[in-house]
Design a protein around this ligand. Structure first.
Ligand code: ADP
Ligand code: MG
Length: 326
């Protein structure tokens, strides 16, 4: 059995890049960060709990990826550039067969986004992964939830609903409606297990977008946070939603339900003035990320769903909430 310190030095200790923003990484009482002069620090934590956010027997490589991806996604939603992150880990046992692939998945994503692991804490306990991530933003240019303005367009990146579709496949929900081969389920499951944080898009939208949020609990609920914080409402064209490639082949009721209320997509939902449409499209092209206009901000509070003919839709939707859902 590995000791706590063997484990940290074997799997979670690397020398930070000499020319990067980390003056001192893992190994001392604190890590030391060098933020760029004049920038604001952006800080966010996410906890992933076995049995709640992931299946305890999930592939450790993809779990390492996802643990960091959801935190990078929060920086993306703020228009922040990643600097580094800490990892607080509770483990039932120190098994190399689990730790090696977990660290590999985690650090591969860290490398891809130039976001170094700089410290953390390791303890024995029920599997629990808590990451705190540090980034930086330009003062006045963070993409805040309270910044949407009446007449802004509403946009979403990538596609929606495939992560929720994968979950339905695992749970055998909607079995009489789903048309899901093993291959399709595997494709959708990749979206659920290995989301792509839209960091480059978040950075490219600085000075263009007003408000942004990442979609972790479902579009309706997450856009709802922007509306509430900004004191506005929205009209959303349900038939304009960009559907995941697997969801596209499902019945319309499931398409709407999963794209509107499914969680775990980690796409960005953002608002921008109509005068910036070309700039938003250009930002999407530069980052090689699809961006789709799905509605607009209105004065009237609440979320108003309409179909392709602008007729009001009344869909029974619930987004995810840890304390109101079992
Ligand atoms: P302390 O007792 O001061 O909390 P620890 O003995 O817990 O320090 O940790 C020793 C060093 O290892 C610290 O620099 C800490 O940040 C780092 N560390 C501990 N656990 C992890 C982990 N899971 N990932 C990365 N670094 C870690
Ligand atoms: Mg400690």
């Amino acid at each position: 059995m590995l000791s706590e310190f063997d484990l940290i030095s074997r799997y979670f200790t690397r020398a930070p890049r000499a020319d990067g923003p980390i003056a001192l990484g893992v190994g001392d009482d604190c890590a030391l960060l060098i933020p760029t002069a004049g920038m604001q620090l952006a800080v966010s934590s996410d906890m992933l709990v076995a049995g709640r956010h992931f299946f305890a027997d999930v592939d450790p490589y993809t779990l390492g990826h996802k643990s960091l991806a959801v935190n990078l996604s929060d920086l993306a939603a703020m228009g922040a550039r990643p600097l580094g992150f800490t990892l607080a880990l509770a483990l039932p046992e120190a098994r190399a067969e689990w730790l090696a692939p977990f660290a590999e998945g985690l650090l591969a994503l860290a490398d891809a986004y130039d976001c170094e692991l700089i410290g953390g804490d390791t303890t024995k306990g029920p599997l629990n992964i808590c990451i705190t991530i540090f980034g930086e933003t330009l003062p006045g240019q963070a993409l805040r939830r309270d910044a949407a303005q009446v007449d802004d367009d509403i946009w979403v990146s990538g596609t929606l609903g495939d992560a929720r579709l994968a979950l339905a496949g695992y749970r055998r929900e909607f079995a009489d409606q789903l048309v899901l081969s093993g291959e399709d389920h595997a494709r959708a499951a990749t979206r659920m297990h290995q989301p792509t944080p839209r960091v480059a898009l978040g950075l490219a939208l600085r000075g263009i977008a007003h408000a942004a949020i990442d979609i972790s609990d479902g579009l309706v609920g997450d856009l709802g946070h922007i509306l509430e914080r900004s004191g506005v409402g929205a009209t959303l064209s349900v038939d304009c939603l960009p559907l995941g490639p697997v969801l596209m082949h499902q019945p319309q009721t499931l398409q709407r339900q999963f794209a509107l209320a499914g969680g775990d997509d980690y796409e960005l939902c953002f608002t921008a003035p109509a005068s910036k449409r070309e700039a938003v499209l250009a930002a999407g092209r530069v980052c090689d990320t699809a961006v789709t206009r799905i509605g607009y901000i209105v004065d009237l509070p609440g979320l108003h769903l309409v179909d392709a003919n602008d007729a009001a839709l009344n869909l029974p939707l619930t987004s995810f909430d840890h304390f109101s859902t079992t």
